[in-house]
Design a binder for this molecule. Sequence first.
Ligand code: MG
Length: 161
Amino acid sequence: MRIGLGYDIHRLEAGRPMMIGGVEVPYEAGPVGHSDGDALLHAVCDAMLGGAGLGDIGEHFPDTDAKYKDYRSAKFVEAVLKMVTEKGLRISNVDADVYLEKPKLGALKKEIRRNLAGLLGLPVDRISVKARTMEGLGPIGESRAYAAQVGMILLEASDKV
Ligand code: MG
């Protein structure tokens, strides 16, 4: 069994699409990034890469590469999943925390879970998405940024668990 961890934070800017786990959430601002800035998907990628011992997202998709300008982060997930699968590993489960003050994710958490499940090829009950505010504290609390933290377990593809 291998454990993968990922964390990412992006600044929020008015008028950008608010991308969380590949879902565009209705809001007045969204993450700034070289790609679409989807901090949750970036944390998912880093957790996969970390668990597989394959480095980090910046090594594989450098933000100096024009190819990744405004890139859809779902495509990073697709590419990283392929690397992990080719290494003979599969994901057992994903537990994600999304840190943001606004908007309240509420029912959208279900949609984000479903979307992550689809991207990772897993049943929805193997994906957890939790939302937390920062009680008004710091850049996230002041709605100047959103962050995500992901933990996952990877197994050898042949394991029966
Ligand atoms: Mg990022």
